[in-house]
Design a protein around this ligand. Structure first.
Ligand code: ATP
Ligand code: MG
Length: 218
């Protein structure tokens, strides 16, 4: 099914693997901001993560496809995994802009904790001109925890930021990978199709092979 897209949500991530935290957040932002579509964009080589510990992109992409299959407003893009080198959000947006055209409004969806890293992103000033950032917060999160520099950046660019509280989903890919190594269940943390895919391909079974012991924030 395809919709005319005027407002597009963009959910970037490593998705190693994708889980209900990502899906619930994307759907909450879609309905709250009246978005026509949300595109999940699995990263190629994320700048903040050790490439040796990341699952090959094709697996992460296919798990995202399986997880989003039943939502007609969700799709998955290959732009980041098909672009060689480290993935920078500024390049993601440029590719999506070429694909969707100049009229479409972009909403970049991210966990609010990941938003705090915006300064380390390439061309942060350019990014906030190009799209609205939607920070998904757990109830109770406030901007007070941020460093003075980040707070200053927010305030200067306040028009480009929105926040939304999503149910307190303490789900992370780090926890899912740990569960697999420990032989514990993934049931109800990610769609069944993803659980089957992980089992069928033997992903995440060895320490350090697919993902670090302790995960970063994004
Ligand atoms: P890892 O534990 O490996 O860091 P992750 O669960 O944080 O994985 P990512 O692929 O790093 O998943 O995250 C992609 C995006 O989704 C980021 O913007 C992140 O902040 C956000 N996100 C991750 N988990 C949740 C969650 N449970 N609720 C809301 N947003 C989330
Ligand atoms: Mg993370």
């Amino acid at each position: 099914m395809s919709f005319e897209v005027r407002k597009l949500g963009i959910m970037g991530g490593t998705f190693d693997p994708i889980h209900y935290g990502h899906l619930v957040t994307a759907e909450a932002v879609r309905t709250e901001f009246d978005l026509d579509q949300v595109v999940f964009v699995p990263s190629g080589l994320p700048p903040h993560k050790d490439p040796a510990t990341i699952t090959p992109p094709q697996h992460r992409y296919l798990m995202a496809v399986l997880a989003t299959l039943t939502n007609p407003h969700f799709e998955v893009s290959r732009v980041d995994i098909d672009r060689p080198g480290v993935t920078y959000t500024v390049d993601t947006l440029a590719d999506l802009r070429r694909e969707y055209g100049p009229e479409v409004e972009f909403y970049f969806i991210t966990g609010a904790d990941a938003l705090a890293e915006i300064f380390s992103w390439k061309n942060a000033e350019e990014l906030v001109r190009e799209c609205t950032f939607v920070g998904a917060t757990r109830p109770g999160f406030t901007l007070e925890h941020l460093s003075p520099e980040v707070e200053e950046f927010y305030h200067r660019n306040a028009a480009s930021f929105r926040f939304i509280e999503v149910p307190a989903l303490a789900i992370s890919s780090t926890d899912l990978r740990r569960r697999i190594r420990e032989g514990r269940s993934l049931r109800y943390l990610t769609p069944e199709e993803v659980v089957f895919y992980i089992k069928k391909n033997g992903l995440y079974r060895k320490t350090g092979e697919n993902g670090p012991e302790e995960g970063g924030t994004a």
